[in-house]
Design a protein around this ligand. Structure first.
Ligand code: PNS
Length: 163
């Protein structure tokens, strides 16, 4: 049984995240999407962790070997908790590389039994990020195609709420 863990903040999930999950799932017996609380990231997430879990669960409902769980501990500890031996990350343009390289090295140092593997983003999503999506939506721009349709709805509601 090969179980992988795809971690992130997913605030909110983008089409790029979904693409990585859809490409990783067939390579594994099971894939757990780990949603980090990340309370300190970028002034605090827009969506609660439960909302982010719900949005990803809906987006991945067609993938029978994918489950979604929140976590608030060290990634390698959470990998053990769920029985995952490989961490799957998406890698976008060069700007991601240094941070991802650092995290992979540190995670390896913390626990060398957990391997990190990267899936390259397709060109269409190379420059897509959750923060760009939030910024576009906040200023009234269209995020059509950048996030799944139900995430657009959730974003619209959330931004109304926070006004
Ligand atoms: O989507 P993000 O914000 O780039 O994901 C980063 C995440 C959640 C994968 C990373 O911050 C993480 O692994 N957090 C858990 C705490 C941890 O293990 N930190 C040490 C890793 S170097």
């Amino acid at each position: 049984m090969r179980r992988g863990l795809c971690p992130g903040t997913f605030d909110p999930m983008t089409s790029g995240h979904l693409d990585i999950i859809e490409r990783a799932a067939p390579l594994l017996d099971e894939l757990v999407v780990g949603v980090a609380f990340s309370p300190d990231k970028g002034g605090g997430p827009l969506f609660t962790v439960d909302e982010r879990v719900e949005l990803i669960t809906e987006a991945t409902s067609h993938l029978s070997n994918v489950s979604v769980r929140p976590f608030d501990n060290l990634l390698v500890d959470f990998a053990h908790e769920v029985g995952a031996t490989v961490i799957i990350k998406g890698l976008r343009a060069v700007t991601d590389f240094e941070r991802e390289f650092q995290m992979a090295q540190l995670n390896y140092r913390l626990d060398s039994r957990v391997e990190t593997m990267f899936i390259m983003a397709i060109p269409e999503y190379m420059y897509l990020s959750s923060s760009a999506v939030k910024e576009i939506a906040l200023h009234g721009g269209s995020v059509q195609g950048l996030v799944p349709a139900h995430v657009i709805e959730a974003l619209t509601d959330k931004l109304k709420e926070s006004r």
